[in-house]
Design a protein around this ligand. Structure first.
Ligand code: NAP
Length: 546
């Protein structure tokens, strides 16, 4: 990482309000501010929420918890920070993660560069001056030569446009826009719509409070036990004593997470008994990466994957007492791991409670929301509250909501009409000096997000330092480099089982969204090497100019 000392304002890259504008005050935006300040650059961040945290600010639903272990899911940029912070549980809860992110903001005095409660509405680039002008819903108009989009991958909540929602007499919520003060469901008839990671986490807890819980399931998802537990002091001490080595080792792994021995065998090269024992051990250990690491080919070979999928289906059948319900909960339409593999605490067990009913809205779809609840093709379910755990306009939603243009050219939303195109998930051809942190085409959601954020922002910081050293004021990918990268992202995805699932990775949760595989699934290690090589080769594939 190259760092540059504080320098006088006159030496700034241009005479603009700031050297960079950062959109977003989540984990990406905070690290962008830290990194830019370290380089002596000035920056302003805009954040729609009233506090820092991004995902962990908004997703306050019951049971919200990270599915990557706390000792890994944390910043690596400051050793004192990682040594001093104590994570109380194996997996951080939303309140704990938010406390950590606030601590980081205060510890590094980042808040003074963030304007909260402010949504960026547009960003327009003047190609003659090489300056971005950003406008907000609060009337701000600010300029900078660079714009860094730290807008998150799952930050545009989506409520399906069910007919009649405005008539509902009860209260309704979305998992990603959950009230700060929480919701007390005691004595209420509650409906949860959606059984992805958010639904799977909240259902067991809402079931404990509600008078009755109806779960409206369209597609069953695979979920594994998290085996959350209080932090084991011995594990914490060992991890901390190895932190720098473990962080370095994470860069050499496909998911950016160290500590799991990589698999060496193919699933079908061992006996059925050996496979069963292996899956049992992983099930008992808890965690999704560990489970998918059982064999080398679980995400590559359907037959291999079938063995793991069937193991989990059998677990569901053994946990859920009503076998009709168990069969509905056992996913059969996609190979395990090709949609985000959920982690839970007592999810399947919740369906053994008398006050929980699974409603199959695949066979009898939701037709409308009525005054009193939800009407499916089978009848009406009376409810006092509805929680939409219906997901997000993932990876592109937040960027497409901002009117991003260069001169009089098309908006980014128009350019991405047929799916997002980027070079390395870092920049978009035709949109100079705008960087995306963990944008589509980067490993992003297929990694431990914080390591991906740090890797991106370090690359961007080094790139800005190089530009400054060379007196360059403009950078953008060539159309050829972008085209080849998009092709590569798709080729890699097509060589795996991922496209077999209708997932948000493909945009298939949003009606009308083009079906394009968005994250890069070639592995974080190879991706980072590619980014480093591009920089070492003089920013190959990028055009830099004055
Ligand atoms: P999601 O995975 O997209 O799940 C949305 C759910 O809503 C799906 O079950 C979907 O069914 C259902 N749904 C959507 N529209 C519907 C409709 N019109 N009728 C009936 N059902 C409908 O969203 P999510 O659970 O919020 O999770 C999104 C991502 O956020 C996760 O994959 C994960 O990456 C991240 N996340 C992580 C954690 C964690 O770290 N533990 C927790 C929460 C979220 P279909 O499948 O049929 O579309």
């Amino acid at each position: 990482m190259s760092e540059v000392m504080e320098r006088p304002a006159a030496a700034r890259l241009r005479k603009t309000d700031y050297d960079a504008i950062v959109v977003g005050g989540g984990l990406g935006g905070l690290y962008a501010l830290y990194r830019l300040r370290k380089m002596g650059l000035t920056a302003r961040a805009f954040e729609a929420g009233s506090g820092v945290g991004g995902t962990w600010f908004w997703n306050r639903y019951p049971g919200a918890r990270c599915d990557v272990e706390s000792m890994e899911y944390s910043y690596a940029f400051d050793d004192d920070l990682q040594q001093e912070w104590h994570w109380p549980e194996r997996y951080g809860t939303q309140p704990e993660l938010l406390r950590y992110i606030n601590h980081v903001a205060d510890r590094f005095d980042l808040r003074r560069d963030i304007q909260f409660d402010t949504r960026v509405q547009s960003a327009s680039f003047d190609p003659g001056q090489n300056v971005w002008t950003v406008r907000t819903d609060k009337g701000d108009v600010v300029t900078a030569p660079f714009c860094i989009m730290a807008t998150g991958n799952l930050s545009t909540p989506r409520v399906p446009d069910f007919k009649g929602i405005e008539r509902f007499k009860g209260r309704w919520y979305h998992s990603g826009l959950y009230p700060q003060e929480g919701v007390d469901f005691t004595g209420l008839r509650v409906g949860v719509i959606g059984t992805g990671s958010s639904g799977v986490q909240m259902i067991p807890l809402i079931a404990q409070q509600a008078k009755h819980l109806h779960v409206f399931q369209r597609t069953a998802n695979f979920s594994l036990p998290a085996r959350n537990a209080p932090m084991d002091p011995a594990i914490e001490a060992r991890h901390k004593s190895q932190y720098p080595e473990r962080r370095a080792a994470a860069f050499e792994t496909p998911f950016g997470i160290a500590g799991f021995p990589p698999p060496t065998k193919k699933a079908l090269d061992v006996t059925a008994e050996e496979r069963e024992a292996q899956y049992e051990a992983k099930w008992a250990e808890g965690g999704s990466i560990s489970f998918l690491y059982s064999y080398t080919d679980l995400l590559l070979n359907k037959e291999a994957n079938d063995t793991a999928s069937e193991f989990v289906r059998n677990k569901i059948r053994s946990i859920v007492k009503d076998q009709k319900v168990a069969e509905l909960l056992a996913p059969k339409d996609h190979p395990i791991g090709t949609k985000r593999l959920c982690l839970d605490t007592n999810y399947y067990e919740a369906y053994n409670r008398d006050n929980v009913t699974l409603v199959d809205v695949r066979s009898a779809p939701i037709q409308e929301i009525t005054e009193n609840g939800v009407r499916t093709a089978d009848g009406e379910y009376e409810l006092d509250a509805i929680v939409f755990a219906t997901g997000f306009d993932a990876m592109t939603g937040a960027l497409k909501e901002i009117d991003i243009r260069v001169g009089n050219g098309p908006s980014l939303a128009d350019k991405w009409d047929n799916g997002p195109t980027t070079y390395l998930g870092l920049m978009v051809a035709g949109y100079p000096n705008m960087f995306t942190i963990t944008g589509p085409g980067s490993p992003s959601v297929k990694t431990q997000m914080i390591i991906a954020i740090e890797q991106h922002m370090d690359w961007i910081g080094d790139c800005l330092a190089t530009m400054r050293d060379r007196g360059m004021t403009r950078i953008e990918p060539t159309p050829e480099a972008e085209r080849d990268w998009v092709q590569h992202v798709n080729d890699v995805a097509d060589s795996t089982l991922y496209p077999l699932a209708n997932s948000w990775y493909l945009g298939s949760n949003i009606p009308g969204k083009p079906r394009v595989f968005m994250p890069y699934v070639g592995g974080f290690a190879g991706y980072k090497k590619r980014c480093d090589a591009v920089a070492a080769n003089g920013y190959e594939g990028f055009a830099m100019s004055r």
